[in-house]
Design a protein around this ligand. Structure first.
Ligand SMILES: [Zn+2]
Length: 417
């Protein structure tokens, strides 16, 4: 009761405050398209705020040439074209990024005492996410064009990692129409979203394993092609100080697009195939030889896992070549072995470990699961590309928020004169 009373009181105060300036900016104001819009009258607009609905009475102008109206006060308050206040928008973004829209609506009501329909929660979150994604793309273009120059990072920044991965998001039938895929009828059910996370590492734990710096992760994601995504990753790398660190490392699974991207955009970086992915491939290599290995299977696999830990890919190849194969079996085994041969320089795990580097991408696995899986791959969910893109953008922003709060204040970047 007290909270409800306080909210009501607050909404009343806010209404009074806002009506202190009714937004009359003279008889004419620029319409935004090069004309002058004329003052018509004062009109009411109800905006939903964190304190509840508040009625705003503000000056309304109309442009005869464009045939559209505007209120300068709306733009000043950040409610032009929306009926949610910036404060409530931020709250709504958080709730809608965290879980399904219906749950977000009831969470807002339960925790904040604000009632919004599920459709409004969805629309507002998607609009915010789309705006955030557009802003990120714009910033990235400025950075890669060297029109926006991030200041160098902290002077003691030593190691920067980039981890890149892709994962499928379930799509509505309309979104995937005409795309080939893995479904029973040959139609795609998902679209791949590409994801990158950057983080720093400076210390090792008691057992000598690297530890990720707290609050140092920033995430980007996109449904775009690998070449468009590459520019986003490049910009984020520059922003994170890739040009300044002593050791730049990229971790990924074996996917060719990832290594093409890294080689093209960060030729100086150390490339590492995620050890856990490599182990999985070793298990399937062993399975494809199981009919020959028989009783030796476990023992053979164990020895090869040890080879892998040493980065001894020649040893794995020699052990496989001991079994002369033909036909389909040979094709299968060669394919599995090819993964190791193609990536051998990225699998020098013993050396990487001696350098104190991460060799497993637990970070990106966690990243993909957290950013994409938990929110977008729940049972029965089907997305449009725009909807998924917007919600993923919100989740990336949320996951990057600690790093942004520390590092992305206005004084850490500058435009050249
Ligand atoms: Zn106009």
């Amino acid at each position: 009761m007290i909270r409800a009373g306080m909210l009501k009181l607050g909404a009343g105060m806010l209404g009074e405050l806002l009506s202190a300036d009714r937004g009359h900016r003279g008889p004419r104001v620029p319409c935004g398209n090069g004309h002058q819009a004329e003052f018509i009258s004062y009109r009411d607009k109800v905006i939903d705020t964190v304190l509840g609905p508040v009625t705003l009475n503000r000056a309304w102008y109309h442009c005869a040439e464009c045939g559209h109206g505007l209120a300068p006060r709306d733009a000043e308050l950040g409610v032009a074209g929306t009926s949610l206040s910036p404060g409530l928008t931020a709250m709504n973004d958080k709730a809608a990024a965290a879980g399904p829209f219906a749950g977000a609506a009831s969470m807002l009501e339960d925790l904040a005492g604000v009632r919004l329909t599920v459709k409004r929660v969805e629309r507002a979150a998607e609009a915010s996410g789309a705006a955030h994604a557009a802003q990120a793309r714009e910033r990235s273009a400025l950075i890669t064009g060297r029109k926006l120059v991030p200041l160098p990072p902290r002077h003691d920044l030593d190691m920067l990692y980039g981890v890149i991965d892709g994962t499928g998001v379930p799509m509505t039938a309309r979104e995937t129409a005409g795309r080939d895929g893995k479904g029973d009828d040959g139609r795609a059910r998902t679209r791949e979203v590409k994801l990158a996370v950057f983080f720093n590492q400076h210390s090792l734990d008691q057992d000598g394993y690297p530890v990720r710096d707290r609050a140092s992760s920033s995430y980007i994601a996109s449904f775009e092609t690998a070449s468009v995504f590459a520019d986003l990753v490049k910009a984020e790398g520059i922003r994170r100080g890739a040009d300044h660190v002593r050791q730049l490392t990229f971790i990924g699974d074996g996917a060719a697009w990832i290594w093409n991207l890294v080689t093209g955009k960060f030729p100086e970086a150390t490339q590492i195939v995620d050890l856990y992915h490599a182990r999985e491939h070793l298990h399937s290599l062993a399975r494809s030889l199981e009919f020959m290995l028989l009783d030796h299977y476990s023992e053979w696999l164990q020895a090869r896992l040890e080879d892998l830990d040493y980065g001894y890919i020649d040893g794995i190849e020699a052990a496989v070549r001991e079994y002369p194969l033909q036909g389909a079996r040979k094709t299968e085994v060669d394919k599995e072995l090819g993964y190791f041969l193609n990536n051998a320089p990225r699998m020098r795990y013993r050396w990487f470990r001696q350098c104190g580097l991460f060799v497993g991408s637990g970070v990106v696995e966690a990243g993909c699961k957290n950013i994409v899986g938990q929110r977008l791959k729940q049972a029965g969910m089907h997305w449009t590309t725009d909807g998924a893109d917007a919600i993923i953008a919100l989740r990336c922003r949320e996951a990057s928020s600690q790093w942004e709060a520390i590092c992305n204040t206005s004084h850490t970047q500058t435009r050249p004169a």
